[in-house]
Structures are given as structure tokens and as C-alpha cells.
Design a protein around this ligand. Structure first.
Ligand code: FES
Length: 60
């Protein structure tokens, strides 16, 4: 289980908690929304799958 402080995007330093907040509080619904709101996944893209999984978990 990931906790809020787990780093998901190492390039930009975005945590699991920040991604969840973007979904729950800022209305992010897509991978592109997460990129725009948090800047996560805007460098190497290696965290894309993890971000898509977090979106799936929290949008269902
Ligand atoms: S780990 Fe997220 S852009 Fe590189």
C-alpha cells in the first residue's frame, strides 16, 4: 500500500498524495490533467503507468 509520501514521479518529485489530491480536489480525470496540474510525468515519462493506475483506482 502506498502512503501519501511515496514518490511517484522522481524527476519532478511528485508524491502519491499530490496525485490523489489532483484527482479528488482539483478534478483531474486524465493522465494529461495530472501532467498539467502537478507537472508529474513531464520529463522522462517513466512514471506514466503508475499515474494511470492511480487514476484508475480513484476514478472508479
Ligand atoms: S519519473 Fe516522472 S517524468 Fe521521470
Amino acid at each position: 500500500m502506498m502512503d501519501r509520501d511515496t514518490t511517484i514521479c522522481h524527476c519532478v518529485g511528485i508524491t502519491y498524495g499530490e496525485i490523489v489530491d489532483a484527482i479528488k480536489e482539483k478534478g483531474a480525470k486524465t493522465y494529461e490533467d495530472i501532467q498539467e496540474i502537478t507537472e508529474a510525468s513531464t520529463v522522462c515519462g517513466g512514471c506514466e503507468d503508475d499515474i494511470r493506475e492511480i487514476l484508475d483506482e480513484h476514478l472508479s
